[in-house]
Design a protein around this ligand. Structure first.
Ligand code: HEC
Ligand code: HEC
Length: 301
């Protein structure tokens, strides 16, 4: 992620992550952007009715936090830049990497590769279409194929699948960048040069929250007891804002933090993966997004 120079710095809001961890307000004000909406409803694991121990979903980072020592605190100040210029690689980190991993391979058999279809290994959709045609592809069909593969992959990303959540918050421009990056991961010879798109901080926060955090965390709900959390309950995004300062939030997501059980002199390393590939400003943007667009029980309010 690269900050758009100049303008961004004017809008840079700096939170001090001092010992108290209290973030001074005000946040940057909400941009006038109708494409940013609150995160809503149950997380993806809740929708599927699975617990973290039964699935690889959301665990593509493959790293976990410290078990005994406190994690490294975030850098002395946490900034939320006004505008950020994003590449396809950034969009992949926010929206796909938590499941498909760094290289897009996923965790077969549960999580299929996100890059094999780009290499031309047919998606089920395509396979069905071909079958329906009852004949081997002719020349025109062969020429139309890359476009159909692209359309099928983008439709999959927009709509989701059986165990893959919909990523409907991606714009057409962002889908273009993302598709080009899948080509890079697939080492496709036709790979286009990296392009960028400038978005506001709230969209960055929305990508991180809807693309990653909402896989495991429900939007709303009361905070579970510490004991329930150690048993595997996951606090809602709404409750995180109450329990966590921006600095604590960033540390937990970036480097991990033990779960503190009140009443018991025990620290638990936690079940949440460490999203080492997200930056402090990206996670701080997620926090301010949650504070500015409060999570909702259902979409569309
Ligand atoms: C919450 C986990 C999760 C996230 C996030 C996720 N996927 Fe998936 N993806 C899956 C699973 C699971 C499958 C296997 C098919 C199914 O169950 O839907 C899959 C399948 C796919 C497939 C089809 C593979 C095939 O051969 O049929 C593509 C392409 C894909 N994902 C791309 C992406 C992209 C691009 C992103 C980011 C924009 C993304 N996925 C985000 C879980 C995820
Ligand atoms: C794979 C599932 C998963 C994903 C994805 C996930 N979390 Fe978590 N998170 C958990 C679990 C489980 C806990 C409960 C504590 C533990 O076991 O680590 C938790 C706890 C937390 C806590 C601490 C709660 C507290 O008050 O002690 C914060 C903060 C947090 N998550 C932030 C995030 C952010 C930000 C994201 C997105 C970047 C995110 N989480 C994505 C599973 C996940």
């Amino acid at each position: 992620m690269r900050f758009a120079v100049g303008v961004a710095l004017l809008g840079l809001v700096v939170f001090s992550a001092g010992a108290s961890g209290q973030a001074p307000r005000p946040w940057p004000s909400a941009p006038n952007d109708p494409t940013v909406t609150p995160v809503a409803g149950p997380g993806w694991l809740t929708r599927l009715g699975v617990t973290l121990s039964q699935t690889s979903l959301g665990r593509g980072a493959g790293r976990y936090g410290p078990s005994d020592r406190p994690a490294t605190p975030p850098s002395a100040s946490l900034g939320v830049p006004a505008d950020v210029s994003l590449t396809g690689a950034d969009l992949y980190r926010f929206n796909c990497q938590a499941c498909h991993g760094l290289e897009g391979r996923g965790a077969p058999p549960e999580i299929k590769s996100a890059v094999d279809p780009v290499r031309g290994v047919p998606l089920d959709v395509l396979r069905e279409q071909m079958k329906a045609q009852h004949q081997p592809p002719g020349e025109a069909e062969a020429r139309a194929r890359p476009e159909r593969i692209r359309a099928a992959i983008l439709a999959r990303v927009h709509n989701g699948g059986q165990r893959m959540p919909s990523r409907a918050h991606l714009s057409a421009g962002e889908l273009d960048l993302l598709f080009a990056y899948l080509g890079v991961l697939a080492a496709s010879p036709k790979t286009a040069p990296a392009k960028r798109e400038t978005v506001n901080w709230a969209r960055v926060g929305q990508h991180v929250v809807k693309g990653t955090c909402h896989i495991c965390h429900d939007a709303v709900g009361a905070r579970p007891s510490d004991a329930a959390m150690v048993q595997g309950k996951i606090p809602s995004l709404q409750s995180l804002l109450v329990s966590q300062s921006v600095a604590g939030f960033v540390t937990k997501a970036r480097s991990g933090a033990p779960v503190q059980m009140s009443g018991l002199a025990m620290l638990h390393r936690g079940r949440m993966p460490v999203f080492y590939y997200l930056t402090d400003p990206e996670i701080a943007s997620a926090y301010v997004y949650l504070a500015t667009y409060p999570p909702q029980a259902t979409a569309g309010r």
